[in-house]
Design a protein around this ligand. Sequence first.
Ligand code: FAD
Length: 104
Amino acid sequence: MIGDAAHTCAPQLASGATIAIEDSIVLANLIQSGQPLEEMLERFMTRRYERCRMVVHNSWQFGEWEKTPGTPRADPTALITASMRALAAPIRAISKVIVQLACN
Ligand SMILES: Cc1cc2nc3c(=O)[nH]c(=O)nc-3n(C[C@H](O)[C@H](O)[C@H](O)COP(=O)(O)OP(=O)(O)OC[C@H]3O[C@@H](n4cnc5c(N)ncnc54)[C@H](O)[C@@H]3O)c2cc1C
């Protein structure tokens, strides 16, 4: 599964379609590599999991802060900036900083 079927998220980061398209590119790339199916799907998960998890989590976090204005230490601007920076990085890369920021 790819796209929303695999990682539906709140719309706050406006990136659900972005990561769905990325999924399809990575999957097509792996299919072309001719690896055995099981290995290929494992690689797909490895390449996609953290980046998609970041979008789902940070979209949710942003939505929570929207619902509860004045949440201590909430910093939507920093969260969005860090999320966009992470998404601008090559598909394999994911900043650990952004995950920590979202979890604080
Ligand atoms: C309010 C809102 C704003 C958003 N804004 C943005 C944005 O600015 N930028 C961004 O990147 N993302 C945005 N998103 C997220 C984005 O719309 C989704 O992440 C993206 O559409 C997911 O694409 P998908 O192909 O995985 O799923 P979908 O777009 O849901 O496509 C699935 C398709 O499968 C069809 N289907 C379902 N069941 C069957 C069946 N049994 N047989 C045949 N066909 C079937 C459906 O009709 C649909 O056409 C937003 C989402 C919302 C709700």
